[in-house]
Design a protein around this ligand. Sequence first.
Ligand code: MN
Length: 253
Amino acid sequence: MRFLVSNDDGVLAPGLAALAEALSALGEVTVVAPESERSGFSNALSLDRPLRPVRQANGFWAVNGTPADCIHLALNGLLDFEPDIVVSGINSGANLGDDTLYSGTVAAAMEARFLGKTAMAVSLAGPGARNCGPEGYAAAAAMAVRLIENWGSLQLPNRTLLNVNVPEGPLADIRGFRVTRLGHRGRAQDVLTLEDPRGREVFWIGLAGEPMDAGEGTDFRAVAEGYVSVTPLQSDLTRHDALPDVARWLKDL
Ligand code: MN
């Protein structure tokens, strides 16, 4: 099996190293990742400048672009083979509910939706995920491996990806897997108002909102209860159940 691996925390991130290391037990791993952190870049593609992949000493490709750039480049010119599976992560922090709209980790997996195989985004959920070293990702990497080892029996529609969130902590504390729907966050916290060194007012975007819908069946709930959350996602943003209402409205215009 040939894996293409990326992330949004950058080519030096410990979660990327942990994931690549774990997947190398299952097959050939190629890493194409942003040269620096691009969290929150969603599906952005860089159209205003060229992208230059630079091979690192460990064999990873570093790209001066976004996570979606990395996968786009890898699949449409950089690599001379078609990977079987694209895995993105392991992100340092959860990608739950509305986070998935902003997440570069999820976007890298989504950029692979044209491949025949499903792609997967993996995130480490919990307050410690921001500061831990590669060892902190070991359990999440093991869970990713468990999913991929059983990939053959998964039946999914085309253009679907799996968004996986693993609660932080030792492997023994993980209670199992749960299929989930996305929950929802409330409104984000206020932006920080700061003063730059030259006395001008600047702002820094604050933390995401607290979970608002973290009810039964959601990804928030599964992670809070110690389960690995697995949410199938699609790129189709159409609100299908609103089609009749809009059709009725348009008829009389
Ligand atoms: Mn990130």
